[in-house]
Design a binder for this molecule. Structure first.
Ligand SMILES: Cc1cc2nc3c(=O)[nH]c(=O)nc-3n(C[C@H](O)[C@H](O)[C@H](O)COP(=O)(O)O)c2cc1C
Length: 393
């Protein structure tokens, strides 16, 4: 039996959390409800206790079992945390790591799959802060069940109405179903740019932000995998559950990835590896006064091709092709040249996706199919990519 912690915050749609709880129980889940103080003004904890047969948490100091810290205990035992309805306030608090009541403390102590279903007045929903918080929560791996458009309780019309109970239940059950698809598997991901030093203060690099590799790592962790993330320099927040290996140059990335490839079941080359590096590293700083320098370049190793050669026969290796156009020819060619299972083509000429952006749209090219992902946040594309490339257990 799976354990769902249902977080309920102070929206007028609170009453629908009762149906969500019951429907999850009908689907063989143990449901434990945690209410905010505002939510407890709308619906009594006693009602949820009667419906679920479980104690209900409200205050940060509630302790149904004495001597156990409930926020830690519940976080450890949860297979999924679903926050429905999620107020604007709770979204902003979740995005910023607040822990000033039981629900936010529990959420901060929990690092598994999360589902969030917002409900609020359309102006509150459209507010820049709310939108930024939602994007941040989604980028960290939460599944958002988007509110519907229509008449809302306050008399306005627009987006903000809590999604249908069935959609929230389906999203929760979907997250639970996928959470075990990579248990026992190791996923190796190269991510971010590489930096190839010219002198002690300058380097050759590219615009990769490392967001796609981070999203893949989060999605694989959510599915139960052990994840090794070999990353070039990046400011992107990386998932704490992954084994992180920081590197700088393409050669360092190759060495680090090669030391893990033998144990890997799925290998993603999401790093934007510099194709060239300066032939010579000048120590100190090249000076303008010394005249125009000539920087001779040498070709870097082809990391994904090397990994494909060294990977176990049962492993699947997926390369990325960041191309300045939508043409799939290069991706098709790379499939053979690099000896990989698939190539994820990324059209980086499209400003809305690819390098630095939060969204992506991938075309996966294998020997027998070419399929396109939705244009969606990178975490959604990452789950799509894992679905397309994961072998059934
Ligand atoms: C009648 C009433 C209905 C409300 N409905 C909502 C709502 O649907 N969504 C929302 O974000 N806030 C709503 N609020 C405001 C929240 O209850 C308020 O921001 C509160 O501080 C949220 O606390 P919580 O996030 O800890 O539950 C409502 C307030 C009242 C009085």
């Amino acid at each position: 039996m799976k354990t769902v912690v249902l977080g309920v915050s102070g929206s007028v749609a609170c009453y629908r959390a009762c149906d969500i709880a019951r429907e999850l129980m009908r689907n063989d889940c143990r449901v434990r409800v945690c209410l905010t103080h505002a939510a407890s003004k709308f619906v009594s904890p006693s009602l949820f206790e009667a419906l679920t047969g479980q104690p209900c948490l409200v205050s940060a100091f509630d302790e149904p079992e004495q001597g156990r810290m409930a926020h830690i205990d519940w976080a450890r035992e949860a297979d999924v945390v679903t926050v429905a309805p999620a107020t604007a306030n709770i979204l902003n608090k979740l995005a910023n790591g607040y822990a000033d009541d039981m629900l936010t403390t529990l959420a901060l102590a929990y690092d598994g799959p999360t589902v969030v279903a917002p409900a609020m007045n359309p102006t509150m929903f459209g507010n820049e802060t709310t939108q930024a918080s939602l994007r941040a929560i989604e980028a960290r791996g939460a599944s958002i069940v988007w509110p519907q458009s229509g008449d809302v309780a306050c008399g306005e019309n627009g987006q903000g109405k809590l999604a249908a109970v069935q959609d929230i239940v389906d999203a929760t059950l979907g997250v639970l179903a996928r959470s075990k698809t990579l248990v026992g598997k190791t996923v190796l991901i190269t991510s971010g740019p590489t930096q190839e030093p010219i002198d002690d203060v300058r380097f050759l690099s590219n615009r990769s932000s490392g967001k796609m590799g981070a999203a893949l790592a989060r999605a694989a962790l959510d599915r139960g995998a052990s994840v090794v993330l070999v990353t070039g320099p990046t400011n992107t927040v990386l998932p704490s559950g992954a084994t992180l290996v920081w590197v700088r140059t393409a050669r360092e990335m190759l060495a680090a990835a090669m030391s893990h490839v033998g144990n890997s079941d799925l290998i993603f080359g999401a790093a934007a590896v510099s194709d060239f590096s300066p032939a010579m590293l000048v120590s100190g700083k090249i000076r303008k006064a010394d005249g125009l320098p000539t920087v001779a370049l040498v070709v870097n190793p082809d990391i994904i091709a090397e990994l494909a050669k060294a990977a176990p026969a049962s492993a699947r290796v997926i390369a990325f092709a960041a191309e300045p156009n939508p043409d799939l020819e290069v991706a098709r060619r790379k499939l053979e040249e690099k000896g990989v299972y698939a190539v994820a083509h990324n059209d980086v000429s499209d400003a809305g996706i690819g390098f630095e952006s939060d969204d992506n749209e991938l075309t996966l090219v294998t020997r027998d199919r070419e399929v396109r992902s939705p244009r969606a946040p990178k975490i959604v594309c990452a789950h799509w990519l894992l679905e397309q490339t994961t072998l059934p257990n």
